[in-house]
Write a protein that binds this ligand. Structure first.
Ligand SMILES: [Zn+2]
Length: 245
C-alpha cells in the first residue's frame, strides 16, 4: 500500500488593512481559503486603511482579524513605553471595532525589536507573527511565528538575507531554492507546493494587497490561490491562530 500523504495545512495572512484587502478576502472566500488580516488603526506610512464597517464585514465572513499596532509603527526604533502604547492601543481599538477579543498580532515590518515579544505576550495576545520566511511550520515560539513565502517575487539577495537573519538552516534553504525556480512567481510557488505536499507541515503564504496592486500581481495571486485550493483539503485550512496552537 502507498504511504499516506503527510498532513499539510494552509494558512494565509495579509498585512496593513488596506482597502484592497476586501479584494483579497473575496478571492479567498470564493475558494474556501482561510485568511488572517492584520489591521492597524491608521498607517503612518501614508497608505489608507479599511473603514471599520469593512473590518467587521471580514470578521462576519469568517476571517480572522488581528492587530498590527495602532499606527503601523516599526517597534525596533521605539522606546519600551512607546512600543507598549502602540501594541496596547492597537489591540484595544480593534477589539472595540469587533466587539470581540483579538488573539493575534503581527510586528510591523516583521521584527519585534528588543521588547516586542515580551510586550505582545503581556498585552494578552496568544501569538505574534514575524516576516521570517522559508518555514514549513510556525516554529516553537508562538511570539515569533514564521511564514513560508510572500506573494512577491523576492530576489536572491533578499531571500538570502531573510534566511541568514533568522538563523539559516538546511530545510529553509531548500524552500529558498524552490522560490528561485524560474518561470515566474506562480511557477516557483508550484515547486514549493510540491515540496510542501511531500513533507507536510504548514504552508503559510502572506502578502500586502497594496503591493499586489502596485506590482501588478493580481493574476499571479489568483493562480497561486487556485493551486493552494487544489492542494489542501478543507480540513487543513486554518487561520494563523489555528496554526499557533
Ligand atoms: Zn505591516
Amino acid at each position: 500500500m502507498p504511504e499516506p500523504a503527510p498532513l499539510l495545512r494552509l494558512t494565509t495572512s495579509w498585512d496593513d488593512g488596506h482597502p484592497l484587502d476586501r479584494r483579497v478576502a473575496a478571492a479567498l472566500a470564493r475558494r474556501g481559503l482561510p485568511g488572517t488580516f492584520y489591521v492597524p488603526r491608521q498607517n503612518v506610512e501614508g497608505r489608507p486603511v479599511m473603514a471599520e464597517a469593512d473590518i467587521r464585514a471580514l470578521a462576519a465572513d469568517g476571517f480572522e482579524l488581528a492587530a498590527h499596532t495602532s499606527d503601523h509603527v516599526r517597534l525596533p526604533g521605539l522606546s519600551r513605553d512607546a512600543a507598549r502604547r502602540q501594541i496596547d492601543e492597537g489591540r484595544r481599538w480593534l477589539e472595540d471595532v469587533l466587539g470581540a477579543p483579538v488573539r493575534g498580532f503581527a510586528y510591523p515590518g516583521g521584527h519585534p525589536g528588543p521588547w516586542g515579544r515580551g510586550l505582545a505576550r503581556e498585552a494578552g495576545f496568544a501569538y505574534a507573527r514575524t516576516t521570517r520566511m522559508l518555514c514549513l511550520g510556525p516554529g516553537s515560539d508562538p511570539f515569533a511565528m514564521g511564514t513560508t513565502a510572500q506573494i512577491f517575487h523576492h530576489g536572491l539577495p533578499a531571500l538570502l538575507r531573510n534566511w541568514l537573519r533568522h538563523g539559516g538552516g538546511g530545510n529553509r534553504l531548500a524552500v529558498l531554492t524552490d522560490l528561485r525556480a524560474g518561470g515566474g512567481l506562480p511557477a516557483a510557488m508550484a515547486v514549493l507546493f510540491a515540496r510542501a505536499r511531500r513533507q507536510g507541515g504548514v504552508l503559510h503564504l502572506w502578502g500586502h494587497s497594496w503591493e499586489i496592486e502596485e506590482r501588478g500581481l493580481w493574476a499571479a495571486f489568483d493562480d497561486i490561490m487556485a493551486m493552494a485550493a487544489d492542494l489542501v483539503p478543507a480540513v487543513g485550512r486554518v487561520t494563523n491562530e489555528g496554526v499557533s496552537r
